[in-house]
Design a protein around this ligand. Structure first.
Ligand code: PGA
Length: 256
């Protein structure tokens, strides 16, 4: 299946820095001969910059291959929810993907499995693709609870969105690997991805089509070996997505 390389800029960037980064990405992608980009590429940018990136995409043909994504969404449709951004608004701004349930949202904003599942439903209902993040903490891994935790997180998404589960993208992001420079090893990541694939197989015939991304210190040096694993269908990349050269190297690693 076609891999997906999605950058998660987190709370980084400025009008000037975003433009420079995107133009550098565009220049890199222009060097890939037409029609031979064999992976999907997305950037999930801070909400205030969605319109900027949408406009840049419209004016720069080299950026047409980069899809736009958001980093979070409200579970509500509209109304008195000060500060929140609805799925319809993200769709309006040209988003194709929305990250939901990132561990930083779960940890700092107390998002529960049920809320994350509801947000995934709101994204699907607006015609976009949720990138649903799941993953264990270091304490959970060391206690031998990795499988139990990721199965619980996946079950919540399935119970709320089972009828459309084949339309989501999953991202396995071990919390201990995020922003730490300590990536899961390819076999460690593959083992969890295989559990997730089996969990999907139990509920949908289309299980093989669901993209399961790995995220957590994926970088230019380790991307190829992670992406070579049979159940790793792409990457959700934080720090390395802010450097055009590194992000382009990861995209190149996903081409094979
Ligand atoms: P990282 O972040 O690549 O900086 O570890 C990944 C993520 O949080 O999505």
């Amino acid at each position: 299946m076609k891999k997906l390389i999605a950058g998660n800029w987190k709370m980084n960037g400025s009008l000037t820095a975003n433009e420079a980064l995107l133009l550098a990405l565009g220049q890199g992608l222009e060097r890939v001969p037409a029609g031979s980009l064999h992976c999907d590429v997305a950037v999930c940018v801070p909400a205030p910059y969605l319109a900027q990136v949408q406009a840049l995409k419209a004016s720069q043909p080299a950026l047409s291959g980069i899809e736009l994504g958001a980093q979070d969404v409200s579970a509500h449709d509209a109304g008195a929810y000060t500060g929140e951004v609805s799925a319809a608004m993200l769709k309006d701004l040209g988003c194709r993907y929305v990250i939901v349930g990132h561990s930083e949202r779960r940890q700092y904003h107390f998002e529960t499995d049920a809320l994350v599942a509801e947000k995934a439903g709101a994204v699907l209902a607006s015609g976009m693709t949720p990138i649903v993040c799941i993953g264990e903490t270091l304490i959970e891994r060391e206690a031998g609870h990795t499988e139990e935790v990721i199965k619980r997180q996946l079950a919540a998404v399935i119970s709320a969105n089972g009828h459309r589960i084949s339309e989501i993208v999953l991202a396995y992001e071990p919390v201990w690997a995020i922003g730490t420079g300590r990536s899961a090893s390819p076999p460690q990541a593959q083992a969890v991805h295989a559990v997730l694939r089996a969990g999907l197989e139990a509920v949908t015939d289309l299980f093989a089509r669901v993209k399961i991304l790995y995220g957590g210190s994926m970088n230019a040096a380790n991307a190829a070996s992670l992406l070579a694993q049979p159940d790793i269908d792409g990457g959700l990349i934080g720090g390395a997505s802010l450097k055009a050269h590194d992000f382009l190297t990861i995209i190149a690693a996903a081409q094979v």
